[in-house]
Design a protein around this ligand. Structure first.
Ligand code: SAH
Ligand code: SF4
Ligand code: F3S
Length: 470
């Protein structure tokens, strides 16, 4: 495989990422794999020689988007071919894993289908796709078009990926745990990402050092069940997430640590205590509860009730009084009655969330929930979602307003929509926009919060912060 096109330009890859932060991390890692092959990143698909769609299968809508995008790419590929050039189309991520064969059947223009555990094999897959394309260019017919790799290989992709370069404005994701063995009855993740796997602690620490060397001051640890982490350590012991967080906090230069996504059942005492004792661990926790009804939680196979969740919230807040909580909710799970939904509304009322994601239940093929009786009508789901989102929206706004007047450290991440504005995050993951020099991007600077809105706050950078960052 050559790293230049026939016109002497470097090859370019465009990666479109759907879905969760695991996919964002994986997209960066695919870029890391492709870089040594000569691929430079581009943010315009029109300029790309290779387009990778990193897909999400979590809800029906997410999957369907992929096929419409592939239709557009097929047209682009035809136009390219008319000009004597080519466009390689790859589908990665959870739709690739779940629907591999169907993707190439529905869209023969697809060259490569690669599942989330096989990204380290991208170079071989590209070489194979290129070989097939050359045979086709020579006018020969080929049985079956795309190259598929949706195995769950015995080796971990993490052991075969090059050093990460995905640091943006001081922030980096670090994937420490993959897959899920919990089998919630609504969810495709155990099927698309495979069995639960924790990376060895030494590998995580070494990647953290690399990220810090590349400019990271904030590290967000990722996993589908990140708090189920149990990584093998050098001395043969097993590290929990709390143990790992304490070790990361000891790395010079790590100012902020976050982790996502957690399962209530895996919130152990040590981790709760870490929220009170590790200053770098940010006072924000995303802890999906899905429903406030014990009956529905049971049907979802969440393996915890409402009281366990409320108990956790109390203990977390005792460890760290200013902890901001976020969660995920599903409305309209099969069998959800008005009374069940009221339980969810009461739980939200009782806890008070700083932010949240809420969804209508989406029937996913192959999951137990999709075959359950008493599917909830669409109109009922819509009405419940609207009521829940109104409540959660009010709480988010109240939380933001509660911080007005405070001076807080903000990690600035990018320029804002208005000229002269920069935007960043507070410790509680709120967005703050302020007038500021773009030089402050990638730094933590003090800002006074002056106005709270539904999704953001206005701030004023404290003058001395300029000198500190200069
Ligand atoms: N591992 C995380 C969640 C991963 S999926 C956890 O255990 O909480 C992210 C969110 O998508 C879930 O928390 C859930 O709220 C939502 N989700 C998953 N499957 C869904 C479905 N079939 N319909 C609607 N929402 C779903
Ligand atoms: Fe899905 Fe449940 Fe696993 Fe989360 S814990 S990824 S919701 S099966
Ligand atoms: Fe979607 Fe896969 Fe993440 S289904 S939410 S991209 S794990």
């Amino acid at each position: 495989m050559t790293d230049v096109r026939t016109d002497g330009q470097r090859k370019r890859v465009f990666i479109r990422t759907y879905g969760c932060q695991m996919n964002v991390y994986d997209s960066d890692r695919m870029a890391d794999v492709l870089r040594p092959l000569g691929y430079a990143m581009t943010d315009t698909p029109e300029q790309a020689d290779l387009v990778v769609l990193n897909t999400c299968h979590i809800r029906e809508h997410a999957s369907e988007k992929v096929y419409s995008e592939l239709g557009r790419l097929r047209d682009a590929k035809r136009e390219r071919r008319a000009e004597g050039r080519d466009l390689t189309i790859a589908v990665a991520g959870c739709v690739a894993q779940a629907e591999g064969e169907e993707i190439v059947r529905r869209q023969p223009a697809v060259d490569i289908v690669v599942g989330p555990q096989a990204y380290h094999r991208l170079p071989e897959l590209l070489a194979e796709a290129e070989r097939k394309a050359a045979i086709r260019r020579a006018g020969k017919r080929l049985p079956g078009a795309g190259v598929l790799d949706t195995d769950f290989p015995a080796e971990s992709k993490f052991d075969h990926l090059p050093a990460p370069q995905g640091v943006r404005a001081g922030s980096a994701f670090l994937s420490i745990q993959e897959g899920c063995d919990k089998f919630c009855t609504f969810c495709v993740v155990p099927y698309t990402r495979g069995a639960e796997y924790s990376r060895p602690a030494a590998a995580v620490l070494s990647e953290a050092h690399q990220l810090v060397a590349a400019g990271a001051i904030e590290i967000t640890l990722l996993g589908q069940n990140v708090n189920a982490y149990h990584g093998e350590a050098a001395d043969g012991s097993t590290w929990s997430l709390a143990r790992l967080i304490r070790a990361l906090a000891g790395i010079d230069g790590v100012a902020r640590i976050r982790y996502t996504t957690s399962h209530p059942r895996d919130m152990d005492d040590d981790l709760i205590a870490a929220h009170g004792t590790v200053p770098q661990l940010m006072p924000y926790l995303h802890l999906p509860v899905q429903s406030g009804s014990d009956r529905i939680l049971e049907a979802m196979n969440r393996r915890h009730g409402r009281d366990l969740f409320l108990g956790l919230v109390d203990r977390l807040r005792s460890a760290r009084a200013d902890l901001a909580l976020s969660s995920d909710f599903i409305v309209g799970f099969p069998g959800e009655s008005d009374a069940d939904f009221d339980d969810t509304m009461r739980l939200v009322d009782q806890v008070g969330f700083a932010s949240a994601f809420s969804f209508k239940y989406s029937r996913r093929p192959g999951t137990p929930g999709s075959a359950m009786p008493d599917q909830v009508p669409e109109a009922v789901k819509s009405a419940r979602l609207a009521a829940l989102q109104a409540l959660l929206g009010r709480q988010a706004r109240e939380f933001n307003i509660s911080k007005v007047g405070a001076t807080v450290p903000v990690l600035f991440a990018e320029t804002g929509r208005k000229p002269g504005q920069i935007v960043g995050k507070t410790p509680w993951l709120q967005s703050v926009y302020a007038e500021g020099n773009p030089r402050l991007i990638g730094h933590i600077v003090e800002a006074r919060l002056i106005e709270g809105h539904a999704n953001s706050l206005a701030g004023e950078i404290v003058a001395r912060a300029y000198e500190a960052a200069a």
